[in-house]
Write a protein that binds this ligand. Structure first.
Ligand code: MF3
Ligand code: CO
Length: 254
């Protein structure tokens, strides 16, 4: 039997909304700080500082031994890049992925940022990946079959000649960073669970320019494309509401 999906009360969603706003603002401001010459470690330090200033703690730090607050994945790195002395350079595309733990609940979000001038192909990869996330989010509502949401990501990405990573998936989250259900970026066989009001999901398309195959580097974390072509990653934490969906990880203004 499929593992039980934890449905959250309105009070729990409110806690995740607060954490999600903090996270949305951190990612927006990190994107603004990205420029040629900044190191991925500097981004990580800003992320952790801003998170703690808001009373939160970074969800990823210490998770299965992950050493940093932020994942920074450059160009052919798909996800889980570990911050370090690497400097960003003009033409890079950089995925920033972070989790915030506030008031007992996790939220999780990612965006991909262009450093200076990037190629039109890189720009299109980013755009189609972000669009695939938006399409998936728009489908979320009570009564929807989860795999219809997953299929929307795959359909959009593949229609534009890109491929979805299959080895990593989105997930439910709340008191834990990873809860049931798994949220693949392709349509598995069957329909999956039916969405219910109060479910909270991290939807996170990881999309490759070339083949979908990935491998993990010797650091045991960094996931790269097998063909070393580019990859993009966008993620939001969403809640299923009475009538539809609420994106919890937007910055306050939006
Ligand atoms: N967003 C990723 C996920 O949900 C990042 C977690 S990796 C970590 O799986 F280990 F660094 F936490
Ligand atoms: Co996630």
């Amino acid at each position: 039997m499929a593992p039980q999906i934890v449905v959250k009360t309105p009070a729990e969603i409110e806690r995740m909304r607060r954490g999600g706003k903090v996270l949305g603002r951190i990612l927006r401001d990190l994107a603004g700080a990205c420029r040629p010459g900044i190191t991925t470690d500097q981004l990580d330090q800003l992320a952790e500082q801003w998170c703690r200033e808001e009373g939160g703690s970074p969800s990823f730090k210490g998770y299965r031994g992950y050493p940093k607050a932020l994942c920074v994945s450059v160009n052919d790195e798909v996800v889980h890049g570990i911050p370090g002395p690497r400097e960003l350079v003009d033409g890079d595309i950089v995925s920033l992925d972070m989790g915030v733990y506030l008031d007992g609940y996790h939220t999780d979000s990612a965006t991909t940022v262009a450093i200076g001038e990037v190629t039109p192909a890189a720009r299109e990869l980013m755009r189609r990946t972000e669009e695939s996330l938006q399409r998936a989010v728009k489908l979320v509502q009570p009564g929807r079959w989860l795999y219809d949401v997953c299929g929307a990501v795959q359909n959009h990405v593949e229609a534009h000649g890109f491929s979805v990573v299959r080895d990593l998936v989105g997930h439910g989250l709340g008191r834990k960073l990873h809860e049931p259900p798994e949220v693949p970026n392709y349509r598995p066989k069957g329909k999956g669970p039916r969405l219910l009001e109060g479910m909270t999901l991290a939807i996170e398309p990881m999309v490759n320019q070339g083949t979908s195959a990935v491998r993990v580097l010797e650091d045991r974390w960094t996931v790269v494309t097998a063909d070393r072509k580019l990859s993009a990653h966008y993620e939001h934490t969403v809640a299923v509401t009475k009538r539809g969906v609420e994106v919890l990880t937007l910055p306050p203004e939006d």
